[in-house]
Design a protein around this ligand. Structure first.
Ligand code: DLZ
Length: 167
């Protein structure tokens, strides 16, 4: 079992991803967000996207201050995040994906690469670049965390961006 998968289980088991404190959050109405959505496991990633948008809207971000971009798979999130982070008017980048454990080591390579890549982009551009990537064992576990019984990781990702911009 990979380290990332363990982290994922630890972070969402017994926790509702849509349940967070909003203390000390600053106004977001003049902030601009890029939201990058991976097309793999589309049913899940579309739910993550809708969760992220609704959380941003409920914190005063207008639709015109959200830019959506799609990428083919989660592996491509890092480069797309870099393209968006280098845009001066973008304040934070939210990366949304879902990598489901398969029978090969593809899962580990993709998860490790995207976690590392997103971190690098965040540090290079000095902006929040959020890891809104689910790494479950099954599609059911993914749906449980994409608007199901454990909330929505898209909400959590948007809230993380808001909190980092309020830092
Ligand atoms: C190839 C692949 C596989 C097997 N599984 C997933 C997945 O579960 N989730 C995901 O987001 N992407 C997957 N991909 C696609 C890779 O992320 C990437 O798009 C391709 O390897 C091409 O670089």
């Amino acid at each position: 079992m990979s380290y990332l998968f363990l982290l994922q289980l630890m972070s969402s088991k017994n926790k509702n991803l849509s349940d967070f404190s909003t203390d000390h959050v600053k106004p977001m109405s003049n902030r601009k967000f890029a939201i990058i959505v991976s097309e793999w496991n589309e049913e899940v990633t579309e739910s993550l996207y809708h969760g992220a948008v609704s959380t941003l809207l409920s914190h005063g971000v207008s639709k015109s201050n959200m830019v959506r971009k799609n990428v083919p798979g989660s592996f491509e999130l890092s480069l797309a995040a870099q393209w968006m982070a280098q845009e001066e008017d973008i304040d934070a980048v939210i990366c949304l994906g879902c990598v489901i454990q398969g029978e090969t080591r593809h899962f580990d390579f993709i998860c490790d690469a995207v976690a590392h890549g997103i971190t690098q982009v965040s540090l290079k551009y000095n902006k929040p670049v959020i890891f809104g990537v689910l790494t479950p064992n099954t599609q059911k576990q993914a749906l449980d965390r994409a608007g199901g019984k454990y909330g929505n990781k898209g909400d959590e990702a948007a809230m993380t961006a808001i909190k980092m911009l309020s830092f």
